[in-house]
Design a protein around this ligand. Sequence first.
Ligand code: NAD
Ligand code: WQD
Length: 345
Amino acid sequence: MTKILVTGGTGYIGSHTVVELQNSGYEVVIVDNLSNSDIQVLDRIEKITGIRPVFENIDCTDFMAMTNFIEKHNDIKAIIHFAASKAVGESVENPLLYYSNNLFSLVHLLKLMQNFKISNLVFSSSCTVYGQPDELPVTESAPIKPALSPYGNTKQIGEEIIRDTIYANPDMKSIILRYFNPIGAHQTAEIGELPNGIPNNLLPFVTQTAAGLRKELKVFGDDYDTPDGSCIRDYINVVDLAKAHVIAVQRLLDKHVRDVETFNLGTGRGLSVLEIIKTFEEVTGVKVPYKIVDRREGDIEKVWANPVYANNVLGWKSAETVEDTLRSAWAWEQKLQMNRKNSQN
Ligand code: NAD
Ligand code: WQD
């Protein structure tokens, strides 16, 4: 079996990707420091796939620990690097935490790839690198705009570090994936997003409000230049997103990548905040109390992907409807609440 190292593999997108990798016959080894995930995710992955991935609680910034891990697993053929801190607001308050966690992890990983002759890397980047694009839908060749946060900057710098390293090391190859807005959960409702504290992202706030955990959702602005005045995003199903990683890994292993390739992963369709709320209410039958408040600082007005390059070259296309994706997010939230109640009794 082909062994793949997944950093951040117990996290939201990582755990869904581990499931898809295992279901496709890959052997997965995970490192994660559990800073934003729960060890129980391993049980859930095992429940879905019948296989418990190898796991070690390691901080990717710890070069010695990572070296020891890779020495033990000297047959790793590719790495998918999810491990990073991702809260935009926190990155503004504590930039050094973000620069050190996200960039030291990456630099160390690339050094380890050199040292151990691991050729293939898939990297989690973000549509945040485009800022507010001049043209929509946004293609991969759109200019990179100055980052709006230290978090966003770590993705821009991360991409540059990868490109420089790959160009200097002809044996190394990488696929950079720019995710738009991942939402939803696995269809089994065994794994999903586990927001820490008060959610910053829209969907967990919607589901927590629907579940009665939050009084109301604040819609940040209805005076944007969009049809209903609220911001527009490209919401991509997390399982669809996970499947793209399996394709990317195989493309690297098949030696179809010359040096570095960069792909947008989105649906190609933009939805407004108000459309998301309305659709959520329609498919779940549950009301989401909300009020319009001021714009949130730093928000982009509208962005959605042109996913044609990923469609054509990776042969990947988002498949799930937004309706099914919102249903999956709600099923996951309900399961979380049920588990919480059971653990209190
Ligand atoms: P997540 O927080 O759920 O998962 C990240 C995982 O990495 C967590 O399990 C965390 O414990 C782990 N981690 C963090 N720092 C680590 C370190 N130094 N060593 C080891 N483990 C560490 O986040 P996610 O939503 O699954 O995001 C995965 C990747 O995708 C991240 O790189 C993120 O920046 C990127 N991304 C996410 C989104 C999004 O909206 N979720 C959008 C674009 C890009
Ligand atoms: C979506 C829309 C909000 C919460 C962030 C990061 C980005 C990427 C994805 C990692 C916006 C609105 C939200 C709420 C609201 N992450 N909203 N009320 O801002 O597109 O992107 O996550 O790379 O880098 O910046 O996602 O989910 O926070 O917001 O009205 O309580 O929902 O204004 O229009 P965003 P989000």
